[in-house]
Write a protein that binds this ligand. Structure first.
Ligand code: CU
Length: 67
């Protein structure tokens, strides 16, 4: 289980966008995005590049915590 802190999400539409994005990425499953605290939890296969995940989240307008 990976946990990514994400700032900039302010409503359920935001969490929905992040959730949809993560679910669309290969190797990511069991996605749960919460508003308070702002974070995403998911299972990531070994093939998943977390930097790419962060970049994708940034591209849709939210700020993932740097690891
Ligand atoms: Cu929102």
């Amino acid at each position: 289980m990976a946990v990514l802190k994400i700032s900039g999400m302010s409503c359920n539409h935001c969490t929905g966008s992040v959730s949809k994005l993560l679910q669309s990425m290969p190797g990511i499953s069991n996605v749960q995005v919460s508003l308070d605290p702002g974070q995403a939890e998911f299972d990531a296969a070994d093939t998943v590049d977390m930097n790419s995940v962060r970049e994708a989240i940034r591209k849709i307008g939210f700020e993932p915590e740097q690891a």
